[in-house]
Design a protein around this ligand. Structure first.
Ligand code: GDP
Ligand code: ZN
Length: 369
């Protein structure tokens, strides 16, 4: 059953209180109730809170239904005075990210600065690949437009367009492009990503003016700053939509295998839409009649990252060989069989749909996530 149909059924049933989980804290879930859709007579009362701190019904625990930030849920037994409730149902997820753990995200808002720190297209490519591997949409946002000339800006624009992206150029300090960005975030769940110093906090503060207050509260209580906050949390955009604030992170490691890499370059996918390489398992390196090889800007990056992906693959292999030989040893003498080592190209391509959606490497500085 689709999420929309399940929600419709719930709305018509006896528990019409629906909402979105904004934060998970210990065994409590902070749930933002829908306003437009909620039944006026039952709960839309000015005195009633828009958020309830909820527990999860034992029944859900028993059947192993977990609750994530971003989940759409139905609430039972609201205690309006105490601001409490209980989650009775979790609706099917449209998407699911493992790290950071967020359900129903629509897009990754990847923020880079055009200057200060200087934009490194190779580093940006690594972030884009990590973001592409989640299968969510990508909103590429370039901040600090105030620090570059108009000519530099249009050069970047045409480069990113040739990479297959529709970038949005902004400057939080210079008030440039912020309305366009707001539109791109409208009514979506976006996950903010990018190195520190590019302006992510400035973006949050601009779009969610009273967020500072909350940050100050948290810092005061736990004596830690926002950047050491361990929990994923969705912030409400006043114009509609939710933004997941995430802790600082490093340059992502590449943990995909060789054949997957091409999936994460829109330029390659565009070429393969109309033409085919001679070999169906072409790695687009030096194979004859390869239609991908060419003088497009990021081809050099592709080759470079392909080498890295292949060594990653070999490492995985060595690991599994080591595990296998341990198992063989334990079987005793004379029983071991020689298994030929698979060639790199024999790996099956992982489907983007079934792939583990994971931004883990982006968040590796934060072990609790
Ligand atoms: P974060 O680490 O990604 O959260 O980045 P911050 O929001 O803390 O910003 C890092 C620095 O960049 C701060 O000194 C900001 O004042 C500055 N900054 C943010 N946005 C802009 C901008 O649009 N233009 C310029 N020139 N500086 C900016
Ligand atoms: Zn090829």
């Amino acid at each position: 059953m689709s999420s929309a149909i399940a929600e419709q059924n719930a709305r018509e049933s006896t528990s019409p209180l629906l909402g979105t989980v904004l934060a998970v804290q210990a065994n409590f879930y902070r749930v933002r109730l829908d306003t437009q859709e909620t039944n006026q007579t039952k709960c839309l009362d000015v005195d009633k809170p828009l958020e309830l701190l909820c527990t999860r019904r034992m029944r859900l625990k028993k059947i192993g239904v977990g609750v994530m930030v971003g989940d759409r849920v139905a609430i039972e037994e609201p205690d309006w005075a105490g601001g409490r409730g209980a989650i009775a149902e979790v609706f099917p997820r449209e998407t699911e990210l493992d790290r950071p753990p967020i359900a129903n995200a629509n897009q990754i808002l990847l923020v880079f600065a055009l200057a200060d720190p200087p934009l490194d297209p190779y580093q940006l490519t690594r972030f884009l690949i990590k973001a592409e591997s989640t299968d969510l949409d990508i909103c590429l946002c370039l901040n600090k437009s105030d620090l570059v000339t108009g000519a530099e800006l249009s050069e970047w624009r045409s480069r990113f367009t040739s990479w297959g992206y529709q970038p949005v150029f902004i400057s939080v300090l210079g008030s440039i492009g912020l309305e366009e960005l707001r539109e791109r975030l409208n009514n979506k769940i976006s996950v903010l990503a990018g190195l520190s110093g590019v302006g992510k906090s400035s973006i949050i503060n601009y779009f969610i003016p009273n967020v500072n207050l909350r940050v100050a509260e948290v810092s005061g209580k736990l004596s830690r700053g926002r950047h050491t906050t361990r929990h994923v949390e969705l912030f409400e955009l006043p114009s509609g939509g939710l933004l997941a604030d995430t802790p600082g992170f490093n340059q992502p490691d590449l943990d995909c295998v060789g054949e997957e890499l091409a999936l994460y370059f829109p330029e390659i996918q565009q070429r393969l839409e109309t033409l085919r390489c001679q070999f169906s398992d072409c790695l687009h390196r030096d194979e004859p009649n390869c239609i991908v090889r060419g003088d497009w800007e990021r081809y050099e990056y592709y080759l470079d990252l392909l080498e890295e992906a292949i060594s990653y693959q070999e490492q995985l292999h060595e690991q599994s060989d080591a595990d296998a030989s341990m198992k063989l040893k334990s079987k005793g003498k004379g029983q071991s069989k020689y298994e030929p080592r698979l060639e790199a190209k024999r790996y099956r391509r992982t489907s983007r749909k079934t792939q583990h959606q994971d931004l883990q490497e982006l968040y590796k500085e934060d072990p609790d996530l």
